[in-house]
Design a protein around this ligand. Structure first.
Ligand code: 13P
Ligand code: SF4
Length: 319
């Protein structure tokens, strides 16, 4: 613990010295989330991380999250230095959508509007008409559907199918999933509900359809945190990465939050409900990065120019 305190002090001093700001996701280590809060940085969902990084006057952003979040920050602020505690933290959705295959798929359906999730590479974003995060996916697809547009959705098949069901839009789905959310099991949640009949079920839409159907609230990480705070229930079953419990508990200290089971028999696999790539962000690697600047995010200039267009459209739409 003395070590933790030392790292925290070091990080605070380095952020100040370098006029750098810490932008963290809700799935990262609570130590990192609380540091972001204490130092005037931000801890939020992926949409707000993008907006915060773009609007903040600091010349250096240090992004604690996964690769696509660092790349998004860089694309939206090419003139800033964007650092990450590691450049190895990827995302199964990003990995599941290689740009060449994706581009060929889009070429086969030129009449469709291309909507991609933020959890993709810069190259995939560059091929898209729109980028969305889970907090605005429904609204944007509804908006396009109302204009009579047909849609290609990539890469998350569960979020895509959810959006399709809710909006009735004509959506062609890419076949990829989040390895964390794909593990939540409806049967396990139903069993847990028998023990806690008054619990409300909160579900991130990257979860399978059967799990989404059990939800009392479906939404992005920020939307789920708001639901935890605002819903009258005392107990919640939460189907998303357990990193979110830090903020939920902070926003609603007297409520109880239970991890949604990832096994069909109600058992919870401790390593399942936590993203292995988010877990690569640690206090020591954060401190080291601020000292060494060895993990600067670079994105090809031509890709920045193209990917910036759908990303800025996303931010404008979300206003
Ligand atoms: P949010 O945009 O809801 O924060 O989701 C990001 C993510 O990676 C979920 O797994
Ligand atoms: Fe990607 Fe899933 Fe990890 Fe989010 S939780 S970063 S979607 S692998």
């Amino acid at each position: 613990d003395a070590e933790k305190v030392e790292y925290r002090e070091q990080i605070k001093a380095l952020l100040k010295e370098q006029n750098a700001v810490l932008v963290a996701h809700y799935y990262t280590d609570p130590e990192i989330q609380s540091l972001a809060e204490e130092t005037g940085g931000c801890v939020s969902d992926s949409l707000e991380m993008a907006r915060f990084g773009k609007d903040h006057p600091a010349q250096t952003l240090i992004v604690a999250g996964v690769k696509f979040m660092g790349e998004t920050a860089k694309i939206l602020s090419p003139e800033k230095t964007v650092l990450m505690p590691t450049l190895e933290a990827t995302c199964s959705l990003d990995l599941g959508c290689p740009v060449d295959e994706f581009s060929a798929f889009c070429d086969q359906h030129p009449e469709r509007e291309v909507v991609v999730y933020a959890n993709t590479s810069a190259a995939v974003k560059a091929r898209a008409d729109w980028v969305v995060t889970s907090s605005i996916a429904l609204e944007l697809v509804e908006h396009l559907h109302n204009q009579g547009k047909k849609i290609i959705w990539a890469p998350d098949k569960h979020l895509g199918a959810y959006v399709q069901r809710e909006t009735g839009a004509d959506v062609l789905l890419w076949d990829s999933a989040c390895i964390v959310h794909d593990e939540f099991k409806a049967k396990g949640i139903e069993d847990l509900k028998k023990v806690h009949p008054d619990a409300a079920v909160l579900v991130h839409p990257e979860s399978p359809e059967a799990v989404v159907k059990l939800a009392d609230a479906v939404g992005s990480t920020s939307q789920l945190i708001n639901a935890a705070k605002n819903m009258p229930n005392d107990v919640f079953i939460v189907a998303t990465d357990r990193g979110i419990f830090y903020k939920m508990q902070q926003m609603a200290p007297h409520k109880r939050f239970l991890e949604a089971p990832t096994g069909g028999n109600g058992a919870t696999c401790r390593s399942c409900a936590h993203c292995p790539w988010m877990a690569m962000n640690a206090l020591d690697s954060l401190a080291l990065e601020l000292q060494q600047h060895s993990n600067e995010v670079h994105v090809d200039a031509a890709l920045i120019e193209q990917a910036m267009v759908p990303l800025n459209r996303m931010l404008a739409f979300a206003e």
